[in-house]
Write a protein that binds this ligand. Sequence first.
Ligand SMILES: [Zn+2]
Length: 146
Amino acid sequence: MELITNTQFIRQAALRGGPIRAGEKVIEYPDLDYIAVEDDACWLCGGHTKGLGISTKKGIKDTFTDQDLAKNMTSSSLCQGCAFCLGQRSLRNYSLLATKDKLQHPGRSEFRNILLNPPEPPFLFAIAVSGQRILGRILSSTNYLI
Ligand SMILES: [Zn+2]
């Protein structure tokens, strides 16, 4: 069993599942190019980097307003999960459901059924309220053992 963070779980789900339907759109989430990073822990989620990610200088823009959610201020590295989630606008703007097998962007009516009949754990979901800024809520919730 391995402890991974929410952003790492979302990245794994997105890379396993292929293109994702979001309303009328079909969204693809290609993985990013990562580099070797020095820090063992991610600046944002605090999860293990396993030596790969991107620098905070590259991944955290001046407009990023959730800096108070950073779990490891001494790090200057982002793990692959955080780099992936920060680099994908659609992940921030659409509601999402991540399971071990895939990522989905359910609509509001679909979420009703998901909440009444949740998938087998582990899973993670985030419901967009205003169509944006759900990443902060994802980061502030708990980590997963998978
Ligand atoms: Zn991270």
